[in-house]
Design a protein. Structure first.
Length: 257
């Protein structure tokens, strides 16, 4: 893969907190349309990596490029507008809002409404609001939540709350989607459904997807390539089959005698 082909590149990215290195010399390249896994033991630096790419943290050194544009240190909302969305390890739905309203909030940044239109409720605002509701309902139908649009978000079963969080991320119309432990807390049946769901949204929305996941069945079932982190460093990279056989990966997960 050439630099021009990559949708995302992290080049020699480092992040330290008070002298403690959380991510060291990270180099990642993600091609358009790929599903790539980021795995490693607890504390390996996986979520920190997501935070560095999506603007939550600023790298101590190194560069991050999205579609060839340097996004290093940009604010999360600016990176989202460029087409990068994410979910979180702990579900962060708006608990007091309905399922539909959770998606509408995420769509707001794409409505193109100004304060003058909204204050006076001009016809242009009403039309944009109507179109936004239509798009939100269509999105809920695409993720199988259309029958729950009026339900409080937290009344959904756990697996459907995960879907809603992903739907909310999709409402920002990303081309690159980061999923942080989407199978966390799911039972085996929900995990199997999630695998199918991830593959379907990749095709339906033309997405590139990067996911952190401890559930190895999910990772091996959907990812085409994987990066393995340990103590903030990349110790392996390749196909799921290659990574499973790598001695460094086996040592990181199981230790040595």
């Amino acid at each position: 893969m050439t630099n021009e082909q990559a949708i995302l590149r992290a080049v020699d990215v480092n992040k330290s907190f008070g002298g403690l290195s959380a991510v060291s010399a990270l180099n990642v390249e993600i091609g358009p349309g790929e599903i790539v896994g980021l795995i490693g033991p607890n504390g390996a630096g996986k979520t920190t990596t997501f935070n560095l790419i999506t603007g939550v943290y600023k790298p101590t050194s190194g560069k991050v490029y999205f579609r060839g544009t340097d996004i290093t240190g940009k604010k999360p909302h600016a990176i989202t507008r460029m087409g990068v969305a994410r979910t979180f390890q702990n579900i962060r739905l708006f608990k007091d809002m309905s399922v539909l309203d959770n998606v509408l909030v995420a769509q707001h940044m794409r409505m193109g409404v100004n304060l003058f239109e909204a204050t006076l409720r001009l016809p242009s605002y009403t039309e944009k609001e109507r179109r936004s509701h239509e798009e939100a309902r269509a999105l809920l139908a695409q993720v199988g939540l259309e029958s729950h649009e009026s339900d409080p978000a937290t009344s959904l079963p756990y697996g459907k709350q995960r879907r809603l969080e992903i739907a909310r991320a999709l409402a920002t119309k990303p081309s690159l989607l980061f999923l942080d432990e989407p199978a966390a807390g799911m039972n085996p049946q929900e995990s199997m459904e999630l695998m199918d769901f991830i593959l379907r949204i990749r095709e339906r929305f033309g997405l590139t997807i990067v996911l952190i996941e401890h559930h190895m069945q999910v990772v091996m079932g959907v990812c085409e390539r994987m990066y393995v982190l340990d103590y903030g460093m990349t110790i392996a990279h390749g196909t799921p089959e290659e990574v499973q056989k790598d001695p460094k990966v086996i040592e990181a997960y199981l230790g040595v005698e």
